[in-house]
Write a protein that binds this ligand. Structure first.
Ligand SMILES: Cc1cc2nc3c(=O)[nH]c(=O)nc-3n(C[C@H](O)[C@H](O)[C@H](O)COP(=O)(O)O)c2cc1C
Length: 174
């Protein structure tokens, strides 16, 4: 099972559009997958679900179950203030590192309004994942100028679609 994590809790996020497109690509390749939308986290999770409250919030537990039972992940990461969204780090801080992240494998997709394609965000996030014992596929996909590339909630640019397929194939074989 591959979990596709949409790395923001922003409403109507483009990250979710990319997550849905990635999910379709994996389905076409016959790979079971599930989307984890950080917007579905309980609004108060940074207080109700972390540290001493670990395991106490059922809604948060559903998200951690997805992480615990998936062998691989795709993280869709929008660039926020030159890095990845804080909600994604808070989510990681609420996980059981050994069960959710250690010895697992993942691929990263970065998106941005500007021209960095979330490159720095992907590097920051790779450092954290590696600390947590998650192996990051070297082929990281950066998609800059995302506003210009979306049509009907999808990327149609053949170059980026080809790269998404290439990355998905590499993750399946990783
Ligand atoms: C809080 C916030 C900070 C942002 N910071 C940047 C940034 O540093 N560089 C950039 O290119 N775009 C930035 N953006 C734009 C997002 O990268 C861009 O809109 C992205 O597609 C949004 O993804 P989302 O729709 O999944 O939230 C920012 C957007 C938000 C909401």
């Amino acid at each position: 099972m591959i979990a596709i994590v949409s790395g923001t809790n922003r409403e109507n996020a483009v990250s979710m559009d990319i997550a849905r497109q990635y999910s379709e690509i994996l389905k076409e390749k016959g790979v079971e997958n599930i989307i984890l939308n950080l917007q579905d986290l309980p609004p108060d999770f940074i207080f109700s679900s972390l540290y001493g409250n670990t395991g106490k919030n059922e809604q948060f537990n559903r998200a951690t179950d997805i992480m615990n039972t998936s062998e691989k992940f795709v993280f869709i990461i929008p660039e926020y203030n030159g890095s990845f969204p804080g909600v994604l780090k808070a989510f990681l801080d609420g996980l059981d590192r050994e069960r959710a992240l250690a010895h697992k494998k993942c691929a990263l997709v970065g998106i941005s309004a500007g021209d960095q394609g979330a490159g720095p965000a992907l590097s920051h996030f790779t450092d954290i994942l590696n600390y947590c014992g998650t192996h990051v596929l070297a082929y990281r996909l950066r998609i800059p100028n995302i506003g210009r590339l979306m049509t009907d909630h999808k990327i149609t640019d053949s170059g980026y679609v080809t790269r998404m397929h290439k990355q998905a194939d590499m993750l399946i074989g990783f």
